[in-house]
Design a protein around this ligand. Structure first.
Ligand code: GRG
Length: 296
């Protein structure tokens, strides 16, 4: 019997391979832009979103490679958000994952274009699911969720409120909204799409959305805690970045102790719901536990 760590490593490797499979060749007059895009995706990263998508797909009985194009697409969208998040007009960060951020390495202009490129190439990648045996109506459904969770009702919408409220007083409801959309929405996409492509019912997809939203908020609060308790060496990016950027975080509003309690509360609810909807799956429950106790 494999340990959780062995299964996690195996699934991370599978996610890594799926992502690499859909990256374009670096050639042509636009080679520099393609290099900048690929650099952003290949700079490291835990590959959480694609590995969660695949784990949910398998937990709902999905088999085969049909989920892989969506795994790659989702990771491209995640990478595009990190590229834009690091830009001088946003967080103005020079390091991520222990490497220079895309704009520091390729310039502000190329980084804006790389973020745009990854955002649209994600949908081109996802469309390949049709050739890999996923029914066309499920591919369209998956692509709709991908767009909705990335767009104004998802990650980009959450980021816009975060940007507007930076340096201003924020209400607890507003902060929850930001965390749920900015960070939670892509995790919702991961779990919902895994379920959709495996042929899950409307109710099951809805339940995945709720579970992922709780995991997403817990994940973001853990991120905020790490920003004040970890080190640059471990995180691969500057610590105390939220304070520098006058970011409203759960830690800033409520303190570390309450933030820790909130992480436990949200992740506990996610674990309970998972145990009900997927009683035979232990990996996802262990993954939630690992995610919220992660050190980077
Ligand atoms: C792409 C048009 C376009 C806009 C982007 C900047 C932006 C809009 C959104 C920001 C969203 C964001 C960066 C949220 C933070 C989410 C978060 C906690 C990311 C860290 O995720 P990990 O830990 O990172 O999975 P790794 O490095 O492991 O991939």
């Amino acid at each position: 019997m494999k340990t959780f760590e062995e299964r996690l490593q195996e699934k991370t490797r599978a996610a890594e391979a799926a992502v690499r499979n859909y990256l374009p060749e670096e050639s042509g007059f636009q080679k520099n832009l393609i290099e900048a895009s690929n650099y952003s995706v290949l700079a490291g990263g835990k590959r959480l979103r694609p590995l969660i998508m695949q784990a949910v797909y398998e937990a709902f009985g999905g088999i085969g490679a049909g989920v892989e194009p969506f795994m790659a697409g989702l990771e491209m969208i995640h990478s595009s958000s990190l590229v834009h998040d690091d830009l001088p007009c946003m967080d103005n960060d020079e390091y991520r994952r222990g490497k220079l951020t895309t704009w520091k390495k390729y310039g502000y202009d190329m980084a804006v274009l790389a973020g745009d490129d990854l955002l649209v190439e994600a949908f081109a990648a996802a469309s390949h699911a049709m050739e890999l045996g996923i029914r066309p109506e499920l591919v369209v459904k998956g692509m709709r969720v991908l767009a909705q969770k990335a767009g104004i009702f998802g990650m980009i919408g959450g980021q816009s409120v975060d940007v507007e409220l930076t340096g201003k007083e924020v209400l607890p409801d507003q902060l929850d909204f930001i965390n749920r959309l900015k960070t939670g929405a892509l995790l919702e996409a991961a779990m919902m799409i895994g379920c959709i492509l495996a042929g899950g019912s409307e109710e099951e997809v809805k339940e995945m959305e709720i579970i992922a939203s709780r995991i997403g908020v817990a994940f973001q609060i853990r991120d905020d805690i790490l920003d004040v308790t970890s080190t640059t060496e471990i995180l691969g990016k500057p610590v105390n970045s939220d304070e520098k950027n006058q970011k409203n975080t759960y830690v800033f509003l409520h303190g570390i102790q309450e933030a820790e309690q909130k992480v436990e509360e949200y992740s506990g609810e996610a674990r309970e719901r998972l145990a009900k909807v997927l009683p035979n799956d232990t990996f996802l429950i262990q993954l939630v536990e690992w995610l919220i106790h992660r050190e980077k």
